[in-house]
Every structure is written in C-alpha cells, then in structure tokens.
Write a protein that binds this ligand. Sequence first.
Ligand code: ADP
Ligand code: F6P
Length: 320
Amino acid sequence: MKRIGILTSGGDAQGMNAAVRAIARAAMNAGLEAYGINYGYKGLVEGNIFEMKSMDLDGIINRGGTILYSARFPEFAEVEVQLKGIEVLKKFGIDALVVIGGDGSYHGAEKLTKHGFNSIGIPGTIDNDIPGTDFTIGFDTAVNVAVENLDRIHDTAKSHQRIFVVEVMGRGAGDIALWAGIATDADAIVIPEREYDAKAIADKLTANREQGKDYGIVVVAEGVKSAAELKAEIDQYGDFDSRAITLAHVQRGGIPTAKDRVLASRFGDYAIQLLLEGKGGLAIGIRDNKLVATDIIDTLENHKHQTDVSLLDLNDRLRF
Ligand code: ADP
Ligand code: F6P
C-alpha cells in the first residue's frame, strides 16, 4: 500500500473538504501518497488525477463544497466503465480508493470492490440516508442552515398570522425535516417514513388558532412532495393565509459546523488506519459515537438507513 486515491461524488455536503484533508494528511503523515481525483467517477474514468501536497489541504477544513468537485456520472453503473476506471487507477499506481459521497457513490465503490479494487466509502451527504452509520458528513450543517431559515420564517409567520409550509431536502429520508422541525417548534413534520393526513394537519392549525396561536409552520421533506403541493392540500381543509417555501440547495452550502468537521476528520483518519492494517472493501460510519467499518457489499445489499421516527412522536408530544 503506497498510493491512495480520493474522490468526492454525488450531491456535495459541507465537511467533504474536511474529509479530503483528513484522508490525505493521515496518508501523507503515514508515509503514503495521496492522489486527488477531480469530478467524481467522471474524472476517474477520464484520468483527471493529481498528486496532492500538504499545502493543497491548507485552509480547506472550514470550506463548504468540495475542492475535488463533484459530478453525476450515470455511466459508471455500466461494468465496462467501472473496469475502465480500474484501468486508470492502476495506470496511476493507485492501490486503494476512498470515496466520499452518498448512497449512489457508495454503489460505485461497491462495484469497484466487487471487481477486486480495494475501495472504502465515507458517508458524505446532507440527507443522512446511508446505511451503516448514525450520521453522515454534512447533515449537522444542513440541519443548522434549515433551522436558521425556519427561525426567520417563524418571525414573519407570527407577525402576519400566516401558515408557512417549508420544504427541506431529503430525497428519501426525513432526517433533516425531523431535526429541523423539532429544533424550531414546528406544528407538523411530514416525512416519507410515515403517512400523513392533510386534514388532520389543517384541523390542528385551526384548533391552534382557536387557542391563541394564529400562525403555524409545517416542515415537509422533499421526498414526500413539494411545499406547494402540500400547501394546496392543507388549504382545502381550512381558511388560511398560507405560503409555500422551498429551502433547496442553500442547505448544501456554507461553512461546516465543528461537529461535521470533527466527524469528517475522524472518518478520514480511520479510513487510512484501516488501509494501513491491510483492510478494505468497507463502509465507514459512526454508531453510538464509536467509529465502525462494515463490509460495503453487505451494508449496501442487506441494510437500509433507519430514520428515527420516534422523533416525530416526540414533536407531537412537545408542540403547541
Ligand atoms: P449520491 O452519491 O449523493 O447518492 P448519486 O445517486 O447521484 O448521488 O450518485 C453519484 C454517482 O455515483 C453517480 O452519478 C454515479 O457516477 C455513481 N453511481 C450511482 N449509482 C451507481 C451504481 N449503481 N453503480 C455504479 N455507480 C453508481
Ligand atoms: O442527496 C442530496 C440531495 O441534496 C438531496 O437532498 C436532493 O434531492 C438532491 O441531492 C438534489 O440533487 P441535485 O444536486 O441534482 O439538485
């Protein structure tokens, strides 16, 4: 083991740079060479690869986005393209690949592992929807961005006695909606993991008004439906002055929180320690605040991310 490749792929997430820094620095400080691969699997296949120097990693721990860029490259689902990727990695003398990304990116790393190329996945996505870990890099920052924006919306909603339906990201998981909703005293949280009832939400908002709370916030995960669609449904069952807001990609940008930086640093360092021990084909994660590494094939094929839906019941017990 001499040379490590690093790429970021799929939707970017705050803290990806902190992970790149950790992987490359831990590698360099252990006498290995770190090679950056630009534009995810696309850059891999195209050979957009360069040797990283310690100075490349200076001042990036606090930067959002990814200095290695990202790309969607559906062609990587084809076996010939994956084999081409391995050919390129070998041409550059790279012995192992560390992939920072979401569920799709993990599938790329899994395929490379199946073809015999040692690959490790580090969970980097704001959605928090990767199996094998309690938390992903970027989730904490995205939740805090959503919270800041919901707090602002709360102010104007109260001033104008309005209902705001606010759509947060989360393609298949309600984690951002749950955490952001609980942290901002949402009146309802709508997530893909549980059925919702638009009439019940509207009735609650009307009842709130009768008890003195004449405004409201409904947080919906994008994986359920758009804010505009949910607003239209709720409007059918009550007399509301309502607005629909989509927070969208603002949740993916900005300075990573300390929590995401530390998580990324722990994941990156752990990946290198495992490679130095001769291990590979792994998905890295954190469970009960302990670093874990599970077989990437088994993790993807036999496990699913479990959103903690008990948080929805918690919100129901605490709301107005
Ligand atoms: P994320 O990693 O955030 O879930 P995507 O689902 O877009 O984002 O996946 C990122 C990239 O990972 C894809 O553009 C593609 O290059 C690669 N990828 C996704 N699914 C697969 C697959 N089944 N096999 C191989 N590569 C895949
Ligand atoms: O997977 C992260 C994510 O931000 C999802 O929450 C969202 O559905 C998707 O990526 C958006 O993708 P794009 O960057 O292609 O707009």
